[in-house]
Design a protein around this ligand. Structure first.
Ligand code: RFL
Ligand code: PHB
Length: 390
């Protein structure tokens, strides 16, 4: 049996960043992760970091490579009705920008810093179970074929949407708010130069497309596909053909094709659970809420959650005050719901909803046309895309 102050379930970006923030504050913590480190690093996900997320990575001394290799973007392009429209994010957000730097790289940097700091992480822990969350929490699990018990003051549930933390809370103690969308995103990663200097979010009668990147020589593209489609059903050639069809001509002509390094389908959904606390368990990141990726908000919400939680835990241990922990759920949810609204709006405005009919299609185009000609509307988009303050 061992003991720590804070047990963190999950070594994704939420768990690793929380561990780093607590480590800086001298708060002992152990991370328990179900998969291997290699598996965690093999998942290709987010690409866009808000300034607030970059600031947190700076605070924990993990942003050196990000500043060298990350791409600072001051704008995005919206494509509809056959044309590209640049949105000057910096101009409409008081000079702010976003940084394009893959989640895989953020995770790698945090993992390396954690290993160097000597803080404990247990990978490949199976059968993780949470006990006595309202009094003296305990985690039990198996690692290296041996059963373990870890006692702690608090548990941070950072184990994503399919984790055990949320499942450990009695259903009657949580309200789950949910919306699903009848489609997914098929993503493709390839070592080819990006079609555009900035991201392109394209609304097209055949469905949404997104041009993103990881570096000047590595591109990440997405296509809206029916929820039932699998990555295996799409050949690389079929993907590239469809992508070109969904982009305005000048951008389509700049698409450079190459073999896929990775291809996968992600379902789109919006979920929030309330509250984000049950006794001494706190839910952070995807364990407590999911946004569709259209607004690029998921990883950034994980960062703001763990920032609020780390503040609450610092107050608890340094000043004996429970105020920050009491306020955690409400503070985090206030920011989460605004990002849910924005992500829902980006999704609703840019995707094809076949069942909604031609009236809804015309409304989408009117909304986008209004948006790119209205400084007020561009201000709303820019302020939300670069990230609300935390
Ligand atoms: P994660 O990354 O899912 O990590 C959870 C970790 O917990 C482990 N785990 C367990 N460990 C122990 N015991 C158990 N029982 C466990 N069950 C699970 C898992 O193995 C895993 O290592 O959650 P976290 O840390 O909250 O981070 C959230 C982000 O990963 C997620 O919000 C983003 O990837 C969302 N997202 C994007 N976010 C952005 O901010 N910007 C983007 O541009 C962006 N693009 C995206 C995205 C998500 C996507 N997909 C695949 C849904 C693009 C896509 C396509
Ligand atoms: C990505 O690069 O993976 C990415 C970028 C922007 C999004 C979603 C995903 O909105």
């Amino acid at each position: 049996m061992s003991r720590t102050q804070v047990a963190i379930v999950g070594a994704g970006p939420a768990g690793l960043l929380l561990g780093a923030l607590l480590g800086r504050a001298g708060i002992d913590n152990v991370i328990i992760e179900r998969s291997s480190a290699q598996h965690v690093l093999s998942r290709i996900r987010a690409g866009v970091l808000e300034q607030g997320t970059v600031d947190l990575l700076d605070q924990v001394g993990c942003a050196g490579r990000l500043h060298r290799e990350g791409l600072v973007h001051h704008g995005i392009d919206l494509a509809f009705d056959g044309a590209l429209h640049r949105v000057d994010l910096s101009r409409f957000s008081g000079g702010r920008s976003v940084t394009v730097y893959g989640q895989t790289e953020v995770t790698r940097d945090l993992m390396q810093a954690r290993a160097a700091s000597g803080q404990r992480t247990i990978y490949e822990a199976s059968g993780v179970a949470l006990h006595d969350l309202d009094a003296a929490p305990r985690l039990t699990f198996t690692a290296d074929g041996v059963g373990h018990e870890l006692r702690c003051d608090f548990v941070a549930g950072c184990d994503g949407y399919h984790g055990v933390s949320r499942e450990s809370v009695p259903a009657s103690a949580l309200h789950v708010f949910e919306r699903s969308y009848p489609f997914g995103w098929l993503g493709l990663l390839a070592d080819v130069p990006p079609a555009n200097d900035e991201l392109i979010y394209s609304r097209h009668p055949r469905g949404f497309a997104l041009c993103s990147m990881r570096s000047p020589s590595r591109s990440r593209y997405y296509l809206q596909v029916p929820g039932s489609d699998t990555a295996a059903a799409w050949s690389d050639d079929a993907f590239w053909d469809e992508l070109r069809r969904r982009l305005p001509e000048p951008a389509a002509d700049r698409v450079v094709t190459g073999p896929a390094l990775e291809k996968s389908v992600a379902q789109l959904r919006s979920v929030v659970v309330e509250p984000l606390r049950f006794g001494r368990l706190f839910l952070c990141g995807d364990a407590g809420h999911i946004v569709p990726p259209t607004g690029a908000k998921g990883l950034n919400l994980a960062a703001s959650d763990v920032h609020y939680l780390a503040e609450g835990l610092r107050q608890h241990y340094a000043a004996g005050s429970g105020e920050g922990l009491e306020a955690y759920s409400a503070r985090a949810l206030a920011r989460v719901w605004k990002a849910e609204r924005f992500s829902w709006w980006m999704t609703a405005t840019l995707h094809r909803f076949p069942e909604a009919g031609d009236f809804a299609e015309r409304l989408q185009i009117a909304e986008l046309d209004y948006l790119v000609h209205s400084e007020a509307a561009l201000g709303v988009l820019a302020e939300n895309y670069v990230g609300l303050p935390f």
